[in-house]
Design a protein around this ligand. Structure first.
Ligand code: NDP
Ligand code: 2IT
Length: 449
């Protein structure tokens, strides 16, 4: 990159950091995007004239609120709730809710910022948002989760709506939580609407929404492999996480003929050299979604290895799919992946690779599908859930899956269109520019608002 661009990027970042001190994940996400966008804007001055970059890093609205609730002992607990309404240029704010003790403003702003570009890439009319709380669902009873969730919605309901802001799940928010949130919203508004996605199939949900993020991440990996005349068949895959995204990435990779050898949680990872087949995955789903147990129990049951406190990137693989959380692959781990022959990284999680890890992938010229492209399948099917709710009609599994698959192919094509550099496809550049253009053009068309 030329010195002129580096100077412009540094100047821009200095302003962002001064204005948003201590929001380190937000700085990281913005930096990754502006590295692609600043050179692009130089050739497309209409975006500079309209100050699009200055506007796009500023949330349209940030909501922060007290969430008091009573635990099972009758003691008062207090958490903090957030909703970041980042950008509504191309549709209502859309994005998940995260319940995790690490949640803070900077993390949710990074996620909301990523969501703007991701949602644009899906081709569907959705703006970007994110929210959540520092509430820790681990070890809480169903009743405690319900009381917390109802208190959270007792404030959030006045800010959201099917044409305004449509939350969904993320870490710590799955079918159970969406159910409690929806029930409370409906009671407070006296309206049955598609205000949340990820709903149960009996009450307005879409088939394939639970599967969508993980499936999409594998579809994206398959598209990347196709550019080299290759496929997922026969590939050894490492996956981190064992939640919603990891489970369905494992299912689809196995269906595509790959062998998935790892899963993890925050306590460590399991390595199963024989592969995690459908029966073993059913055990994981019961363990994680119903019993809410630890991944170590997989090793106890199937005689696999368990590595406490470690992440799976030291395991030899062809394809790595980080599906747990942000910054879960550092520079050293990225180097380890490359040294062991990994040549595809498809990110189910949001921003799982550190900036240094990304540089390692780029220098090695591997197929690197960053989260905002590779994990867009989840929000894409959320968009399809919104369409089905508006039509008061539901598509079949096959129809939704086909649409999801096509959207992932289209996102891949967009990345190629904007990111092709000779023989190499820079998916980072491709996704950032491809996601930016539509939002930026819409912002210009709508004036200074
Ligand atoms: P889940 O809550 O279902 O699962 C999260 C998994 O990641 C768990 O195995 C959890 O382990 C692990 N994990 C979470 N935080 C950490 C941490 N700090 N360190 C180590 N492991 C951790 O969440 P999802 O599967 O829905 O989300 C996973 C990732 O995918 C997130 O980055 C999310 O933003 C992203 N994503 C999710 C989408 C969705 O539709 N759900 C869509 C697009 C992206 P433990 O149980 O021990 O905490
Ligand atoms: O990060 C994400 O894209 C999600 N957690 C899903 C958001 C959604 O609205 O389905």
């Amino acid at each position: 990159m030329s010195n002129v661009y580096e100077q412009k990027i540094n100047d821009f970042m200095a302003k962002v950091i001064a204005k948003n001190p201590s929001e380190v994940e937000f700085h990281q996400a913005v930096h990754e995007v502006v590295e692609s966008i600043i050179p692009f804007i130089d050739e497309n001055p209409q975006y500079a004239d309209a100050k699009i970059l200055d506007r796009i890093v500023e949330p349209e609205r940030v909501l922060m609120f007290r969430v008091p609730w009573l635990d099972d002992k009758g003691e008062v607990q207090v958490n903090r709730g957030f909703r970041i309404e980042m950008n509504s240029a191309i549709g209502p704010y859309k994005g998940g809710l995260r319940f995790h003790p690490t949640v803070n403003l900077g993390i949710l702003k990074f996620l909301a910022f990523e969501q703007v570009f991701k949602n644009s890439l899906t081709t569907l009319p959705m703006g970007g948002g994110k929210g959540g709380s520092d509430f820790d669902p681990k070890g809480k009873s169903d009743n405690e989760v319900m009381r917390f969730t109802q208190s959270f919605m007792a404030e959030l309901f006045r800010h959201i709506g099917p044409n305004t802001d449509v939350p969904a799940g993320d870490i710590g928010v799955g079918g159970r939580e969406i159910g409690f949130l929806f029930g409370m919203y409906k009671k407070l508004r006296n309206e049955f609407t598609g205000v949340l996605t990820g709903k149960g199939i009996e009450w307005g949900g879409s088939l394939i929404r639970p599967e969508a993020t993980g499936y999409g991440t594998v579809y994206f990996a398959e598209e990347m492999l196709k550019t080299r005349g290759d496929s997922m068949k026969g590939k050894v895959c490492t996956i981190s996480g064992s939640g919603n995204v990891a489970q369905y990435a494992c299912e689809k990779a196995t269906e595509f003929g790959a062998k998935v050898v790892t899963l993890s949680d925050s306590s460590g990872y399991i390595y199963d050299k024989d592969g995690i087949d459908a029966e073993k995955l059913a055990f994981v789903m019961e363990l994680k979604n119903v019993k809410r147990g630890r991944i170590k129990e997989y090793a106890d049951k199937y005689g696999a290895d368990f590595f406490p406190g470690k992440r799976p990137w030291e395991v030899k693989c062809d394809v790595a799919m980080p599906c747990a959380t942000q910054n879960e692959v550092n520079e050293e781990e990225a180097k380890m992946l490359m040294e062991n022959g990994c040549f595809v990284v498809s990110e189910g999680a949001n921003m799982p690779s550190s900036p240094e890890a990304i540089t390692v992938y780029q220098n090695a010229k591997i197929l690197y599908g960053l989260g905002k492209a590779a994990n867009a399948g989840g929000v894409a099917v959320s968009g399809l859930e919104m369409s089905q709710n508006s039509m008061r009609f539901g598509w079949t599994r096959e129809e939704v899956n086909e649409k999801l698959h096509q959207i992932m192919k289209d996102i891949h094509s967009t990345c190629v269109e904007w990111g092709k550099e000779g023989d190499y496809i820079d998916y980072v550049k491709g996704a950032n520019i491809g996601g930016f253009v539509k939002v930026a053009d819409a912002m210009i068309a709508q004036g200074v608002v």
